[in-house]
Design a protein around this ligand. Structure first.
Ligand code: SIN
Ligand code: CO
Length: 402
């Protein structure tokens, strides 16, 4: 699926709007038909593994309740919405919406959140820290959005619901099926439903230094890195340096040279060959939300036999992130934050695993290193990262086995 650029071009969008200002892309998906029904959305909001919220507003009294929900009876006609995160990890048809933004780097895409809202419903004026493309499904919604402003302050109007007092709208439009509104981080916005509707929000990710630092510390522990301790014989060679606080820093505890040397220890760890590359590939292939993972126990021979049956395919588990890295003699293939050591000659096959969602026996056999490849695929199936399926199940709910 591609965006049908009508009012602006993709280049204009990237130069002038992406991360800078909100815009409505009118008729971005001509003849758009919902890729999930409100009933299916309600059904998945009843599951333990999904993150869902009901937000309602009656006479300016906001209420938030969290799923899983047991039923949706007793809800009024108007003023409530159901919001469900990570629906793309369970519906192939929803995951396909992410191809609309494949002109942006893949790793930046987080999830597809879907909301069903009744007349007059919304979550109020607020800010998000991430870019979002909101696709209008059936129904109609009025969207207002303002200029990016990092200084706007939100307050808690109910537990787990932050809102802004108000903002000056530079966009005020009613969206119809197939229209998209793009909202950059810190652009205040507000949607109010005119006719009951579905909205699909493709959300992006932008790690903070704090997040990376904390994840890097876990990575160093897991891989037993950074054990070398601070060492110096400076005090003997240059006794004058001991506790001297020369330089711009004036700590009385240690000299600025010592501060620098300690800081350098951290820099050297991050800068040492391959360490950061390894870390970042591992980190960014970790799931941000639950996937439908079903572990298996299949042998290489069993897999070879299964693949010989007509119409059998292997399919990538929805939402699985993978990547590869060449380090020295080897290829590291990362899947779901797990690393698989591969032979450099497998690189072409690994790229196919990264970029395709489905493979047949014929595809698998078209690569050199058949044995190594089929061993790798067997491991991926046993981890639940890929699964055996029938080629007819090309759409809909992921066929869970096991
Ligand atoms: C919604 O779909 O109701 C909320 C989306 C948003 O504003 O972030
Ligand atoms: Co928002």
């Amino acid at each position: 699926m591609k965006i049908n650029w009508t009012n602006i071009s993709q280049q204009d969008f990237l130069e002038n709007y992406w991360q800078k200002q909100p815009i409505v892309l009118k008729h971005a998906i001509p003849n758009f038909i919902d890729v999930i029904s409100a009933d299916e959305l309600a059904g998945i909001a009843m599951e333990e593994f999904i993150d869902s919220r009901l937000i309602s507003n009656s006479n300016n009294q906001w209420q938030v309740s969290h799923g899983p929900f047991e039923h949706f009876e007793d809800l009024p006609e108007t003023n409530w919405s159901l919001l469900v995160q990570g629906v793309d990890n369970f519906f192939a048809s929803v995951a396909d919406l992410k191809s609309l933004v494949d002109f942006l780097p893949k790793w930046r895409i987080d999830d597809v959140m879907i909301s069903f809202s009744t007349k007059d419903a919304g979550v109020g004026a607020h800010l998000d820290q991430y870019d979002v493309f909101i696709i209008q499904g059936h129904g109609k919604r009025r969207w207002q959005a303002g200029s990016v402003d990092q200084n706007l302050k939100q307050s808690e109007v109910s537990k787990d619901l932050l809102q802004l007092d108000g903002f000056e709208a530079i966009i005020d439009e009613v969206l119809e099926p197939g229209d998209i509104i793009y909202i950059p981080p810190f652009s205040p916005h507000k949607g109010v439903t005119i006719e009951p509707c579905l909205n699909y929000s493709i959300g992006f990710r932008a790690p903070s230094a704090k997040e990376l630092m904390s994840e890097f510390a876990d990575f160093a522990l897991d891989h037993d890195l950074g054990n070398k301790r601070y060492q110096t014989n400076d005090y003997y060679v240059n006794p004058g340096k001991l506790n001297s606080s020369a330089g711009s820093n004036t700590s009385s505890l240690l000299s600025s040279n010592e501060t620098q040397a300690l800081k350098q220890m951290l820099h050297s760890l991050i800068d040492s060959e391959d360490v950061f590359d390894h870390f970042i590939n591992e980190h960014l292939t970790k799931p941000t939300r639950e996937l439908d993972i079903n572990e298996q126990a299949i042998t290489v021979d069993e897999l070879i036999q299964t693949l010989e049956q007509p119409d059998t395919v292997i399919r990538k588990t929805l939402g699985l992130r993978s990547s590869s890295l060449t380090t020295g003699e080897n290829i590291l293939f990362f899947c779901h934050g797990e690393e698989f050591l591969c032979h450099p000659q497998q690189i072409e096959f690994i790229k196919i695993l990264e970029n395709n969602d489905k493979l047949t026996e014929k595809d698998l056999k078209s690569f050199e290193y058949w044995l190594e490849n089929i061993q790798l695929v067997t491991r991926l199936i046993n981890y639940g990262y890929w699964f055996i399926d029938n080629k007819d199940n090309d759409n809909g709910l992921q066929d869970t086995q096991g």
